[in-house]
Design a protein around this ligand. Structure first.
Ligand SMILES: Cc1cc2nc3c(=O)[nH]c(=O)nc-3n(C[C@H](O)[C@H](O)[C@H](O)COP(=O)(O)OP(=O)(O)OC[C@H]3O[C@@H](n4cnc5c(N)ncnc54)[C@H](O)[C@@H]3O)c2cc1C
Length: 491
């Protein structure tokens, strides 16, 4: 029987972030991490399984809905940006402490752009630009509907485009491309160098049970030997990505009831042809089709992976009953039980539009996908692009006051036990970019007494912690300047 202070399940970006935060705040605590695969960062956090956008609402149009009166609501965009500022500060702190040696190994500056077609959308973008560009967190945003300027900004998108319908774009230089797979591996490598941390690869958690003294017993199968081991800790974090829901259900906690998961798979089109790749240098986000879920916003991204640039377009959604890319076809059916069956059925009835959308996406032929790509790159050639399967997202289904029974959630969601001894992360978006914000939330829920003592250290690592940068333009400017310098980004 292994006894530790903390057990983290799963070696993705979330456990990497929580483990690193805890090691800074309570270095003497003993920590065990269990990962079923042979290395960290191989599921959703892997660089090829997500789009690597440092989500800060610089270009994602779904964070700025148009209100009934025609004005733009920027509240969600500001909140997403604030969260990313926390990540930038924590990563900068780790660079200054030499825990991350070369920031370029995981983060690159890349302009973030929004691109729209049609008069109505151009008007929307103009209004969005007017609402955001004066805000301290969106300084430096430019707007253009001049085809000459747009060609300068994104030649690949403008080449071969006819004058009608009108098009427009915004551009901001302070955007980022984040290799979350590399960051996960870097964080786990530095954790393994610290005392009192053990990372167990090829160890699959099979059960989680309460023991008398309010500790948790975690049953783990060593996949190399096939044998089971028990480990105990007073605090457990379930960071299993899509695999979190089934593990949460095993705890028997009341908080785990009436929750279901709906898996959505993703595909990207990828181009490695250097002659095409060199003509594009930006992340360009478009507008989702009416009725399409928010995670299906089409975008064309320059990716920088292992020092090589490529282009990525998508995502195309699809359906697979697996909760992880490496999961089982029985994941979905096994997750339905007596206490969530009504929630799941209600969601099934409500989400007919989404189901129809996913079926349509699933039926897309390669030529149809190329057609969607040609809305972005009119001259795209079939031979330059291939399909790549991305990670699985398990969207949370739960009963809410506003949405009623079986409401589908698109955000990330922390579920914690009333006594703070266990927390799980469910859901998908905005995902890895907000890992620091989400893990600070886990600490606040689960370690309320220690958090009072940790305030000073947290402020040292994340100076804007507890402050809304939107209300403090001087601090916002200082933090953006300093983190840009440390992480070698553009402000
Ligand atoms: C198509 C797509 C595009 C995305 N684009 C972006 C983006 O541009 N920007 C962004 O910020 N986010 C993006 N995301 C979201 C982001 O990838 C995820 O939010 C993030 O990677 C989740 O990290 P995680 O640590 O929770 O999960 P994961 O990285 O999936 O890690 C979970 C780990 O737990 C392990 N595990 C599971 N079950 C068990 C078990 N029983 N025992 C032991 N180990 C277990 C798994 O093997 C895995 O290694 C995207 C996601 C997808 C799918």
């Amino acid at each position: 029987m292994g006894k530790t202070d903390v057990i983290l399940i799963g070696a993705g970006i979330m456990s990497a972030t929580l483990g690193t935060l805890l090691k800074e705040l309570a270095p003497e605590w003993k920590m065990s991490i269990f990962e079923k695969l042979d290395a960290p960062g191989k599921e959703s956090s892997n660089e090829w399984n997500n789009a690597g956008t440092g989500h800060s609402a610089l270009c994602e149009l779904n964070y700025t809905p148009e209100k009934a009166d025609g004005t733009i609501d920027i509240r969600k965009a500001v909140a997403v940006n604030e969260k990313f500022q926390l990540s930038r500060q924590f990563w900068s702190y780790l660079v200054t402490r030499n825990r991350i040696r070369h920031p370029q190994d995981f983060i690159q500056p890349i302009p973030h752009m929004s691109f729209v077609e049609g008069e109505e959308n151009v008007l929307f973008l103009k209004k969005r630009f007017a609402a955001l560009s004066q805000h301290p967190l969106f300084q430096g945003m430019q707007f253009s509907d001049d085809p000459k300027k747009l060609k300068e900004w994104m030649p690949l998108v403008m080449d071969g485009r006819i004058a009608d319908p009108p098009v427009a774009a915004t551009r901001i230089e302070s955007g980022t491309d984040v290799n979350f797979g590399a960051l996960t591996r870097i964080l786990f490598a530095q954790l393994q160098e610290r005392e009192q941390v053990t990372v167990h690869d090829m160890h699959q958690v099979e059960n989680i049970m309460r023991v008398d003294d309010n500790s948790w017993r975690v049953r783990v199968r060593n996949l190399k030997t096939g044998e089971c081991e028990d480990h105990e800790a007073p605090f457990v974090f379930i960071g299993g990505g899509g695999g979190s829901l089934p593990l949460l259900q095993k705890t028997g906690l009341p908080e785990s009831r009436h929750i279901g998961g709906f898996p959505v798979s993703g595909l990207f089109m990828v181009c490695h042809n250097p002659e095409v790749v060199c003509k594009h240098h930006a992340k360009v986000y478009g507008k989702a089709k009416i009725g399409a879920p928010p995670m299906s916003v089409p975008h064309l991204d320059t990716r920088d992976i292992d020092g090589k640039q490529s282009l990525l377009f998508g995502p195309f959604a699809g359906f697979s009953p697996k909760f992880l890319k490496t999961g089982s076809y029985f994941d979905l059916i096994r997750s339905v039980n007596a206490n969530n069956v009504l929630t799941m059925l209600a969601a099934g009835v409500k989400q007919r539009k989404l189901t129809k959308y996913l079926i349509q996406q699933l039926m897309l032929s390669n030529e149809k996908r190329m057609e969607a790509l040609r809305a972005f790159i009119p001259n795209a050639k079939n031979e330059d692009w291939s399909v790549r399967v991305a990670g699985q997202r398990v969207q949370v289904i739960k009963d809410t006051d506003i949405g009623g029974k079986g409401t589908l959630q698109f955000g990330t969601e922390v579920v914690s036990s009333a006594d703070g001894s266990l927390a799980a992360l469910l859901g998908a978006s905005p995902g890895a970019s907000t890992a620091v914000f989400v893990m600070l939330d886990v600490l606040t829920r689960c370690f309320p007494d220690q958090m009072k003592l940790w305030q000073g250290k947290i402020k040292q690592m994340i100076p804007s912690y507890g402050i809304q940068l939107a209300d403090d333009p001087v601090l916002a400017d200082k933090i953006q300047t300093e983190t840009a310098q440390t992480l070698k980004l553009k402000k």
